[in-house]
Design a protein around this ligand. Structure first.
Ligand SMILES: [Fe+2]
Length: 199
């Protein structure tokens, strides 16, 4: 069942290609819309992973890296105050602000099972892939005495296989996202361990 079906697959306007929000605007929106500190951290974590992947793995230029970062930073912006309208509300806001359609599409497709929008570009697929898996790694860090310090792949894999651990994190979605992105689960976990910011 599509719980948050968006009902369209075209977002933004082509003429806005290349337009993103400034750092101040993006963080202003984040702070206005999101009051939950855990959610804010999650969004900053995903933003950092997206930017790092764009730079290190895709070798994209700085402008493209900022697009990936923005998609990560705002993908859950409406979840805190408008959960029933997730993620239509943030899509409409970014359309109003003339944001690059690729950024909006990535946000719209970060949960195909819920929103009914298929991830197409690598940016779309990586946002989908990082979203849930980074949450699982973070949950694991919180139960370790030293947090992210010394956190290893094998520990994450063990938790991944434990269905009761972070039970709300969909393992099926993570496997689906890895498959679509063409990246092994282990590789993605390693990248998250190396790049995820803990606070
Ligand atoms: Fe998320």
């Amino acid at each position: 069942m599509l719980t948050h079906e968006i009902g369209r697959s075209e977002f933004g306007k082509a003429e806005n290609s290349g337009t993103i929000l400034s750092h101040e605007e993006a963080y202003g929106l984040l702070n206005d819309w999101v009051k939950n500190d855990r959610l804010k951290l999650h969004m900053r974590q995903v933003a950092h992973l997206m930017k790092s992947w764009a730079k290190e793995m895709e070798h994209l230029n700085e402008k493209e890296q900022l697009k990936w970062e923005l998609a990560g930073l705002l993908h859950d912006a409406d979840w805190d105050q408008y959960p029933a309208e997730h993620c239509k509300r943030i899509i409409e806001e970014l359309e109003k602000r003339n944001v690059d359609p690729e950024v909006i599409h990535a946000i719209a497709s970060h949960g195909p099972r819920y929103f009914g929008v298929e991830p197409v570009t690598k940016m779309d697929k990586m946002l989908y892939a990082f979203d849930e898996l980074s949450g699982l790694v973070h949950a694991y860090s919180l139960m370790r005495p030293n947090g992210y310090e010394g956190l290893e792949l094998k520990g994450v894999i063990k938790r991944f296989k434990e269905k009761t651990f972070a039970a709300n994190v969909s393992r099926d979605d993570i496997r689906d996202a890895c498959e679509r992105a063409g990246i092994a689960l282990e590789e993605l976990i390693k990248f998250i361990i190396q790049h995820q910011v803990g606070s």
